[in-house]
Design a protein around this ligand. Structure first.
Ligand code: FES
Length: 350
């Protein structure tokens, strides 16, 4: 197997093409540091892993420290810390696939290739790894090669795929795009299309995915009131299991409880939201009917379980009666004390 590199950790020496691509990636983001993830894929497209000089390259290019880059690169398993082979073979050994044969498939490949988890064959062709759930349990046991799926594997089928790879072939995945090498795939993850003819492919859902639907149909099971063309409705107040209000509401429960004439220390700025969560003229309501938080930024009454209204301007807030908005410190303190009193009286709280 290949070993951990001991390269000098300085930037530079990347190809002109990679440097140009780095600039292109950075230009996609308002802040250069946001480009780190695709930059790391870009490094892998040239180096075959996140090399020390790749870390330095990212750090210098993005204005980060090497420690910051390293922290990200070592967090995600898709960033390799050792040179990866041309073919990254990932066998799902999570519970579902493991009991269906994924464990045996991994062992067979490990024995055949002479490598263990996260190791690469001497010729640099294949890296083998255990993988956690690859999000294709219905096709388990699954294995991926450079993240393309090979479904319903067993030890024999997995060995066949790997033998073909070592013979220089590119076996067709069960679905999705055609195989490309680890470096080619990394370039795609950095944001460049695979322009090979027929490289992009996708197929319809197959039997394992549809099996549950078919069983449900055969037994007359369906989701009550499900209409695939409309969003799922909010729970109704009358719904015995729904505790949410039945209509989009931005009026606070506090406002309702207070009643006309009651003084509310944070003002009387109640508003009714439209169904899409937008508010009336002059208001900007954050969230939706399930997550409103009702307060002015300087409101003494601030609780995440309450509806929220943000004002575009102080004048809007004042017009709505949010007296604590931009109020002098003394007035704010007084309002805060009254809010506390009011909350205690109403049994309110955060
Ligand atoms: S457990 Fe293997 S894909 Fe989910």
């Amino acid at each position: 197997m290949t070993d951990v590199t001991t390269e000098v950790t300085t930037a530079g020496d990347f190809s002109e093409e990679t440097v140009a691509r780095a600039k292109e990636i950075i230009a996609r983001y308002p802040h250069s540091r946001s480009a780190l993830l695709p930059m790391l894929h870009l490094v892998q497209s040239e180096e075959g892993y996140v090399s020390p000089r790749g870390v330095a390259f990212c750090a210098e290019t993005l204005g980060l420290t090497k420690a910051q880059v390293g922290a990200v690169a070592t967090f995600y398993t898709m960033y390799k810390r050792r040179p990866a082979g041309d073919w990254l073979v990932s066998v799902c050994t999570n519970t579902m696939c493991g009991v269906l044969g994924g464990d045996r498939a991994f062992e067979a490949l490990s024995e055949y290739l002479g490598v263990k988890h996260n190791e690469t064959t001497e010729d640099g062709a294949i890296t083998l790894e255990h993988a956690e759930c690859l999000a294709a349990c219905d096709y388990g046991p699954v294995m991926t090669v450079n993240y393309e799926y090979f479904d319903q594997m067993d030890a024999g089928k997995a060995l066949d795929v790997v033998r073909r790879l070592t013979d220089g072939e590119r076996p067709a995945p069960s679905r999705g795009a055609r195989l490309c090498t680890f470096k080619e795939m990394s370039l795609q993850l950095a944001g460049w299309d695979d322009d090979r003819k027929g490289a992009l492919a996708d197929g319809p859902a197959a039997e394992p995915t549809l099996a549950g639907n078919r069983l449900a149909a055969a037994h007359g099971i369906s989701v009550a009131g499900f209409d695939p063309t409309t969003p799922i409705a909010s729970p109704q107040a009358s719904d015995p299991i729904g505790q949410q209000p039945s209509a989009p509401v931005a009026e606070t429960e506090l406002a309702a409880e207070a009643g006309p004439g009651d003084e509310q220390p944070y003002g009387e700025g109640s508003a009714r939201a439209a169904a899409d969560g937008s508010g009336p003229e002059g208001f900007q309501i954050k969230g939706n009917e399930n997550s409103f938080l009702y307060h002015a930024p300087e409101s003494p009454h601030y609780a995440r379980t309450k509806p929220e209204i943000w004002f575009r301007t102080a004048a809007d807030a004042e017009a709505a009666g949010f007296t604590s908005w931009n109020a002098p410190a003394e007035a704010r303190a007084e309002a805060k004390a009254r809010a506390k009193e009011w909350k205690q009286g109403k049994g309110g709280g955060r």
